[in-house]
Design a protein around this ligand. Structure first.
Ligand SMILES: Nc1nc2c(ncn2[C@@H]2O[C@H](COP(=O)(O)OP(=O)(O)OP(=O)(O)O)[C@@H](O)[C@H]2O)c(=O)[nH]1
Length: 331
C-alpha cells in the first residue's frame, strides 16, 4: 500500500485510525463507500479525469492513445468533521481499441468488461458534443442495472454551447443514463461537482481503506507504469503501443545515507530493431533521459532513493501471441 499523504495521518492520528474502526458506528456519522468504473474509448480523458478525482497523479496520462493498459484503481476520501464522508474507489479501464484485433486487444476488451462487473457506478466518458463508433462500441458493453453517468468531458473545447442540448437529447435516446455531467477534467470546480454527484450513488457502508491511501497497486506496478509513461512521452508518436515494460528486479534496501532505497531493473520490450534504436537514441541519450525522469518521479511517489537500470529487448510479434501476452501479465 502506498500512503503518500502522510501529513494527513500525522495531523489527525486518531481520525486515521478511526477510519479502520468503523467510526461511523461510534458517532453515527454516515460513511459512504463504493466502486466507480471509468470507461470510454481511448483519448477521451479518462486518465486525466481519474487523476483529478483522486487529487494526485497516480494513473498514467499521455497524448498517445492506449497507454492505460492495466486496470488501475485510485482512492479518494472526503471526510467531514464527524468522521463521516465518502470514500470513492475508482477503477480505470484500458482504452477501447477498434482498429486492431490482435490477442492483446482481446485481452483489453476482457479487462474492460471485468472492470464494469460489480461496480456501484459507471462513469461513461465521452468528448462533449461527440459520439463516435468507438464510443458506441464501449456503450454497447454497458449493462442496464448499474447506474451510469454520462460524463461529457472537454467542455472547454466546445465553442458552440447551443449545440450541446440537442446532442444531450440524442445521448439520452442511446442509453438510460442516470445523469448528465458536462464538464472539463481540467477544471477543479467541475471535478468537485462530479464527486458530489457520484457520492449520491454510493452505498452507506464503512470505508474500506485508510483516509490517506491513494491506490492499492503495488509500488512495483507503479514503477512499470512510470517507466512506460516516460517511454511514450519521450519517443513521441512513432513508438507503437505494443511496446511494454517488464520489471525484472524490485529490491528494497536500507541505506545509511538515504534511509530507504529501492533498486529497479526494467526491460522495455519492443517489436522491431528500429524501435529499439529509437528508444536508445543517439549515444544512449534518450534511454538515459527516460531513466532519469522515471527515477525522479518514483522518488517523489515512493518517498525514497531510487536506482533504476533500463534495458531494451526486441521480441517481434508478441502482441499477436496469446501465451506471451499472458506471460507479460495481461490475462
Ligand atoms: N481540452 C481538454 N483536454 C483534455 C481534458 N481532459 C483530458 N484532455 C486531454 O485529452 C488527451 C487524452 O487524455 P487521457 O487522460 O490520456 O485519455 P484516456 O481516455 O485516459 O486515454 P487512453 O489512456 O488512451 O485510454 C490528453 O491530451 C489530455 O490532456 C479536458 O477536460 N479538456
Amino acid at each position: 500500500m502506498i500512503a503518500t499523504e502522510k501529513i494527513a495521518t500525522d495531523a489527525h492520528p486518531e481520525r486515521a485510525e478511526a477510519s479502520f474502526d468503523l467510526k461511523s458506528a461510534e458517532t453515527g456519522a454516515a460513511q459512504r463507500c463504493g466502486l466507480i468504473a471509468i470507461v470510454g474509448r481511448p483519448n477521451v480523458g479518462k486518465s486525466t479525469l481519474l487523476n483529478a478525482l483522486v487529487g494526485q497523479k497516480i494513473s498514467i496520462t499521455s497524448r498517445k492513445a492506449q497507454t492505460t493498459r492495466h486496470r488501475i484503481t485510485g482512492i479518494r476520501t472526503r471526510a467531514d468533521e464527524q468522521g463521516g464522508g465518502t470514500q470513492y474507489v475508482f477503477v480505470d479501464t484500458p482504452g477501447f481499441q477498434t482498429r486492431h484485433s490482435s490477442a492483446l486487444n482481446k485481452s483489453l476488451n476482457k479487462t474492460v468488461l471485468g472492470a464494469i462487473d460489480g461496480v456501484d457506478l459507471v462513469l461513461f466518458v465521452v468528448e462533449a458534443g461527440n459520439f463516435t463508433l468507438g464510443d458506441a462500441k464501449v456503450l454497447s458493453l454497458l449493462r442496464p442495472g448499474t447506474p451510469t453517468l454520462l460524463v461529457a468531458n472537454k467542455l472547454d473545447a466546445v465553442h458552440r454551447r447551443a449545440e450541446l442540448a440537442p446532442w444531450l437529447k440524442g445521448m439520452a435516446e442511446r442509453h438510460a443514463f442516470a445523469e448528465f455531467v458536462p464538464m472539463s477534467a481540467k477544471n477543479p470546480r467541475d471535478v468537485a461537482h462530479l464527486l458530489d454527484v457520484c457520492a449520491r450513488y454510493l452505498p452507506e457502508q464503512p470505508w474500506w481503506y485508510g483516509e490517506d491511501e491513494l491506490t492499492d497497486r503495488s509500488e512495483k506496478f507503479l514503477a512499470s507504469e512510470v517507466v512506460r509513461e516516460k517511454l511514450f512521452r519521450l519517443t513521441g508518436d512513432e513508438l507503437p503501443y505494443t511496446s511494454t515494460v517488464v520489471i525484472d528486479q524490485f529490491a528494497e534496501e536500507k541505506s545509511r545515507a538515504h534511509g530507504r532505497l529501492v533498486r529497479i531493473a526494467a526491460t522495455i520490450v519492443v517489436e522491431r530493431d528500429g524501435h529499439k534504436a529509437m528508444i536508445i537514441g543517439e549515444k544512449g541519450e534518450r534511454l538515459k533521459r527516460i531513466g532519469t525522469e522515471a527515477r525522479q518521479e518514483l522518488e517523489k511517489l515512493m518517498d525514497c532513493k531510487v536506482f533504476i537500470e533500463l534495458w531494451v529487448k526486441v521480441r517481434s510479434g508478441w502482441a499477436d501471441d496469446e501465451a506471451r501476452v499472458r506471460s507479460f501479465g495481461y490475462e
